[in-house]
Design a protein around this ligand. Structure first.
Ligand code: RB5
Length: 145
């Protein structure tokens, strides 16, 4: 798979772990950041989201301190369903039910072992389709209410 990955300074360390231990065998596009100097998470969220939205990447991974800012910013890009996951269960459901195409992690929330397990589940799980297609369509259409 082609995976786009990005992080701010608070997610940089975990990004390096995922690059070294979690993404071998995949084609990876690392959009930065490349050190721990303070920077702004929306820069990387939007880079990764645009790569996924355009089809240049199949899935994205974003890491900041909590994962919250990344998930908010990335989900503003058309076609992006960014999911903040703190457990393997959340990662499985994010793919199976929500067809999430960007995984967001908190570098100050989950440890490297947990993050690697979450990433693995996210990459291995497919979208279930069925009733979930209707729900995603409602999101795209702006809701039925
Ligand atoms: C940076 O201090 C922090 O605000 C950022 O990494 C992230 O957690 C924002 O959501």
């Amino acid at each position: 798979m082609r995976i786009a990955i990005g992080a701010d300074h608070a997610g940089y360390g975990l990004k390096q772990v995922l690059l070294e231990e979690g993404l071998s065998g995949h084609e990876v596009i690392d959009v930065g950041t490349h050190d721990t100097s303070s920077t702004d998470y929306p820069i990387y969220a939007l880079r990764v989201a645009r790569l996924v939205s355009s089809g240049e990447a199949d899935l994205g991974v974003l890491i900041c301190g909590t994962g919250i800012g990344m998930s908010i910013a990335a989900s503003r890009v058309a076609g992006i369903r960014a999911a903040l996951c703190t457990s393997e269960y959340m990662a499985r459901m994010a793919r199976a039910h929500n067809d999430a195409n960007v995984l967001c992690l908190g570098g100050r929330v989950v440890g490297p072992g947990q993050a690697l397990a979450i990433l693995q589940v996210f990459l291995e799980t497919g979208f279930q389709g069925g009733r979930h297609v209707r729900r995603l369509r409602l999101i795209e259409e702006g809701g039925a209410g």
